[in-house]
Ligand binder design. Structure first.
Ligand SMILES: Cc1ncc(C[n+]2csc(CCOP(=O)(O)OP(=O)(O)O)c2C)c(N)n1
Ligand SMILES: [Mg+2]
Length: 556
């Protein structure tokens, strides 16, 4: 027995789960618990201005640290506000625990009462209905266990009248980590390794594609060794972007955002070895990206059917690193001539060719986004964290080079705009060193611009570069291609520099490529977050958008 109120015991259980940072927005349903959290030694509480943003901050924090993200909202409207965040986390497989109040179960009337479970389930998240006062700690453990083990968002709903009762259970908390099965790396089945080795031995144009699973398994060096042993080229999925940037035969990202040369070479591939990559619709560009290739997948959890398509022809079920090392070993034992794909001239072409060579008229006073990104890539140090926004312009920053995938933060599986300022706040909270840049579209940034206040109040330091085409560019380009009036998606170029200054931050409009280097020095020299408002042309269209026209919109 303990005489502590349940909200205190719940806060201690969260600390027992190793939580060190909470992203919060208070109301009746969570204010006692959140206040108890803030009193725990070493706990950092970031108070956001919108519940959706608190959740996205926690997801950014996860992206930067690997820890389970933790956010808190009040009951009723606090929960309905976060449905987009939950769906985003569910689609992206982000472990997230949201402490939510529930309306008081003993009240005869409560205006914010709503059946929260179905709302949460509809978004694809797990709901823990914490209604047993004696089993409160089990409820917390279940929430963290499911989030961690199943990589899912979980909402813990605790009626707030129950939170104030004395805790009647045993106070010792056993964290979820001690229940998560530790099984070590999964080794591959040698028979399937041998099948893959035969395919590699017979391939002339193999390409290795690494995904997020390859990053988390630490397979980078093993993958380059396999590619070098077999003569394969290298590429990544979008989330693993940057893994092979220092390799002369790296093609950057595969799929819809690929460079011209990557697209050309993938079209010739006769074997694609996907490692720790689920081969999403985007990575295979709807099935059009490597039409001639035999596809092998090395993965802990191979997918037969993915996004409506056959994922691969051969499956090696294994941890990425163990699987790749076994394949390289078996390939060397077998002995085979390396493929003929690589050459010195190809390496030169890869190094010299711009991602996209199409020409567009660029109006005076605006920049070609490709040139702006190239200059940002030059002036932003390689050890910074890069947070990618959404919208049409997100294609451009994909081609920045030399930053590890662990420093690249993109959570866009649900396709929602408006998230990246919060993801960047989560990353900046984790890093706490000012070395974070968010590159974002104007429409997406303004959707949750109120979080500049959170940045100011918490003294967070990060750089926000707005690729400002004065529009919902994604919509504008599609409407124009279909010959429709685009005026409903055109807003004019918001003055984000003034907005930043209005929030007490620094802000500049930068329409001249030569200014970036000196602005970078200024940023380094001072201690405040800053927005660079970059007017870009609304004519420069990404290759993916141009291909849509050929295909017809909405035709997947
Ligand atoms: C929550 C949400 N609302 C609407 C959309 C539709 N949408 C997709 S991209 C986009 C425009 C984003 O504008 P901006 O951030 O300026 O990027 P741009 O496309 O102009 O580069 C919109 C409205 C969406 N994806 N998510
Ligand atoms: Mg825009």
């Amino acid at each position: 027995m303990s005489n502590l109120p349940i909200y205190e015991v719940l806060a201690q259980a969260f600390a027992g789960e190793g939580v060190d940072t909470l992203f919060n927005l208070m109301g009746d349903g969570n204010m006692h618990w959140a206040t108890a959290m803030s009193k725990i030694e070493g706990m950092r509480v970031v108070h956001a201005r919108h519940e959706h943003c608190a959740c996205l901050m926690a997801m950014g924090y996860h992206s930067a640290t690997g820890k389970t993200g933790v956010a808190s909202v009040t009951c009723g409207p606090g929960v309905t506000q976060i449905t987009t965040a939950l769906a985003t986390a569910a689609r992206a497989g982000v472990p997230l625990v949201v402490f939510a109040g529930e309306s008081p179960i003993n009240a005869k009337f409560y205006n914010q009462a709503i059946d929260q479970g179905p709302v949460v389930h509809a978004a694809g998240a797990h709901y823990v209905r914490a209604h047993s006062t004696a089993r409160m700690l089990d409820h917390v453990r279940e929430a963290f266990y499911v989030a961690r083990y199943e990589h899912r968002p979980v909402v813990l709903g605790v009626p707030y009248d129950l939170q104030k009762l004395p805790f009647a259970g045993a106070p010792d908390y056993v964290p979820s980590s001690s229940f998560i099965p530790q099984t070590g790396r999964t080794p591959p089945n040698p028979e399937f390794v041998a099948r893959l080795v035969e395919k590699i031995a017979g391939a002339q144009r193999p390409i290795v594609v690494a995904g997020r699973g390859a990053v988390s398994s630490g397979a980078h060096a093993a993958l380059e060794e396999l590619a070098d042993a077999s003569g394969a080229l290298l590429a990544t999925t979008l989330p693993a972007r940057g893994m092979f940037d220092r390799h002369p035969f790296s093609l950057g990202v595969a799929g819809g955002f690929a460079s011209e040369i990557a697209r050309e070479l993938f079209a010739q591939a006769d074997l694609v070895i996907a490692v720790g990559a689920s081969l999403t619709y985007y990575t295979v560009d709807g099935g059009a990206f490597f039409p001639k290739a035999y596809v092998a997948q090395i993965d802990e959890r191979p997918r037969g059917l993915k996004d409506g398509m056959r994922a691969a022809d051969l499956f090696v079920k294994a941890d990425a690193k163990s699987g790749v090392e076994a394949v390289t070993r078996a390939l060397r034992e077998r002995g085979a001539a390396t493929a003929s794909f690589r050459s010195a001239s190809l390496a030169q072409r890869i190094a010299r060719t711009a991602p996209d060579s199409a020409e567009f008229p660029v109006a005076p006073g605006t920049l070609d986004p490709r040139k702006a990104i190239a200059e940002l890539d030059r002036v932003i140090p390689k050890d910074w964290e890069l947070v990618s926004g959404s919208g049409h312009c997100s294609y451009f920053q994909t081609h920045m080079r030399g930053r590890k995938p662990e420093q690249f933060h993109v959570i866009r599986e649900f396709g929602a705009i408006g998230n990246s300022i919060s993801i960047a706040i989560g990353v900046a909270t984790a890093r706490n060193n000012g070395k974070v840049v968010l590159i974002e579209g104007d429409g997406s940034l303004i959707m949750h611009i109120q979080e500049l206040e959170t940045i100011k109040r918490h003294g967070l330091r990060l750089l926000i570069c707005v690729l400002n085409d004065g529009a919902y560019g994604a919509e504008v380009h599609k409407l124009r291609q279909d010959g429709l009036d685009d005026s409903g998606a055109v807003f004019g170029r918001t003055d984000f520099g003034s907005i930043a200054r209005g929030f007490g931050l620094r802000g500049e409009t930068v329409a001249d490529l030569d200014r970036f280097a000196s602005l970078m020095k200024d940023y380094d020299a001072q201690g405040t977050a800053e927005i660079w408002n970059i007017p870009i042309s609304d004519q420069v269209t990404s290759p993916g958008m141009r291909r849509l026209k050929a295909k017809g919109h909405g035709v997947m």
